[in-house]
Design a protein around this ligand. Structure first.
Ligand code: NDP
Length: 501
């Protein structure tokens, strides 16, 4: 039986191969300036290139999860507003966007990509303030990748016949797009860029906790001089998302979020002619064989589960280690965990920022408590957390069995479950023992083993000797309860086209 222990203290510096001087060394604060950032006190709905209040006029508060301070108020759309947005998108589709040649649509997309690059610092800071993610991630990952998606799909806009030879690709019409809070701007780009390149108009509903970069993007839409009604952005609770999904004027629904809501959306569009893509949860296996370069694997494991506080659908939340290297790997992993800096998302040295909301923090805590109650052994470095804000220590569990909730359920937080295996067959069987099938990782020196594992694992994306790599040219999506359809690459373009003709 595994005994439950209280969080361990940070290991002594000597046991990490560091000198005492190294361990005592502290980083000076390096906060990104917010002087140039202008967040308006209130945002209306963005419909037809204009911000307007909801009808009836209602708003809700958006906060900074790292400080719990309010950032702005945003409009709460009503069913009538949903209808107004869909009508506006339909009219823009019929009168302008569907009539433009692909090369003209491409010019707008290139313009958006360039403006995102020009305003990247502003976007990165607002993204970190609103979502809680570290500035080094929003600056180096979210914003550049969002711009890259617009560049990539701009390139396809006038080449649809070449992308799908012997077909007559046609736009679907009006796309309803619902996105989550973990990558607010990047998910916006994943949704809007292929939709516009394919010739559709869109209505985007961001998550209620993270609408600010979407409304900043509305400014970019106007700056790029996009025809009114091509991109519309509305905010409101989940039920408004469902009104949008059910609206008869919508031809395509794209959703990223929880499996529970994805299933509800699947049921809502069943029997209609609406095309649907669902990108849902995950419980990825990250498998380390005994011939893997361990130090490199450690960085991959850290990136796999602690990137974006673990609030990542494809996070490597289940680590499988071959038994012969379990002990050295675990020692290195615990030592590395102790070096992660948790705190102010706007500090350039921060590795782990704030959890996105009080509700998500409560979910993480509940699942961690269940891991302890079910007999797994917890390890957390003894790092200090800020006194305000929704922070959680990087956590790992050993002594985890396949049936534990922490090995089965998506935690969506900085929590890793460590398990072991002896043979490749056992690794595959354990890795596939999940209702999800979004992503996986394999660490080994043998190319042949990589190929064997890739074909045996039921996961939409498998990374080899790396983790959490994204590229606009590469399709992304899952099996089983992780959803269906693909985003990114040519597959992502096909999801916004009628290719039947
Ligand atoms: P949700 O699935 O509830 O939210 C995702 C988006 O869907 C948000 O825009 C949300 O709006 C909207 N939404 C909520 N309910 C409905 C509905 N009935 N019809 C249409 N749209 C709806 O995720 P949560 O924020 O509640 O997170 C819960 C869990 O889901 C997380 O702990 C994580 O495990 C998983 N998750 C997975 C994500 C992924 O990338 N695959 C992303 C986010 C969460 P609103 O914000 O207004 O509620």
């Amino acid at each position: 039986m595994t005994l439950t222990k209280k969080p361990e203290k940070r290991p002594a510096a000597a046991s990490w191969g560091l000198t005492a001087g190294d361990a005592a060394w502290e980083y000076a604060p390096a906060p990104e300036s917010t002087d140039h950032i202008q967040i308006r006190p209130e945002y209306g709905l963005f419909i037809g290139n204009r911000f307007s209040p909801s009808k009836p006029r209602k708003t809700f508060e958006v906060i900074n999860p790292a400080t719990e301070e309010p950032l702005a108020r945003v409009a709460r759309a009503s069913r009538a507003d949903v209808d107004r947005a869909v009508t506006t998108a339909r009219s823009a589709y019929e009168s302008v966007w569907s009539r433009l040649p692909g090369r003209e649509r491409a010019k707008y997309l290139y313009r958006i990509a360039r403006i995102l690059q020009e305003r990247s610092r502003e976007f990165a800071v607002v993204e970190s303030m609103n979502s809680g993610k570290p500035i080094k991630e929003s600056r180096d990952v979210d914003v550049p990748l969002a711009a890259a998606h617009f560049f990539y799909y701009a390139g396809w806009a006038d080449k649809l016949e070449y992308a799908f030879p012997n077909r007559t690709p046609r736009a679907l019409g009006v796309a309803a797009q619902i996105i989550p809070w973990n990558f607010p701007l990047l998910m916006l780009a994943w949704k809007i860029a292929p939709a516009l390149a394919a010739g559709n108009t869109v209505i985007l509903k961001p998550a209620s906790t993270t609408p600010l970069t979407a409304y900043l993007f509305a400014d970019v839409v106007r700056q790029a001089d996009l025809p009114p009604g091509v991109v519309n952005i509305i905010t409101g609770p989940g039920e408004i998302g469902m009104d949008l999904v059910r609206h008869p004027g919508v031809n395509k629904v794209a959703f990223t979020g929880s499996t529970a809501v994805g299933k509800m959306i699947g049921r809502a569009v069943a029997g209609s002619s609406k095309k649907l893509t669902l990108e849902l949860g995950g419980k990825a296996a990250n498998i380390v064989f005994d011939d893997a370069p361990l130090d490199q694997a450690i960085e991959g494991i850290i990136n796999g589960i602690y990137f974006n506080q673990g609030e990542v659908c494809c996070a490597g939340s289940r680590l499988f280690v071959q038994e012969s290297v379990y002990e050295p790997l675990l020692d290195k992993l615990k030592a590395r965990l102790g070096t992660l800096r948790v705190g102010d998302p706007l500090d350039k040295n921060t590795d782990i920022g704030a959890i996105n909301s009080a509700g998500q923090l409560a979910k993480v805590r509940e699942l961690v408590d269940s891991g302890i109650a079910e007999g797994a052994e917890i390890f957390q470095p003894d790092c200090e957390l800020p006194s305000r804000g929704y922070f959680f220590r990087p956590t790992l569990f050993t002594g985890v069995s396949q049936s534990h909730r922490i090995a089965q359920e998506e935690i969506f937080g900085p929590v890793l479950s460590v398990l072991t295996f002896r043979t490749p067959e056992e690794a595959v069987e354990k890795a596939n023992n999940t209702p999800y099938g979004l992503s996986a990782g394999v660490w080994t020196e043998k190319g042949s083993r990589i190929f064997k594992m890739i074909s045996a694992m039921r996961a939409g994306v498998v990374w080899a000797n790396t983790f959490n790599r994204f590229d606009p040219t590469s399709p992304f999506g899952g099996y089983k309860e992780s959803g269906y359809g693909r985003e990114g690459g040519q597959h992502g373009l096909a999801a916004y086209l009628d290719l039947a003709g």
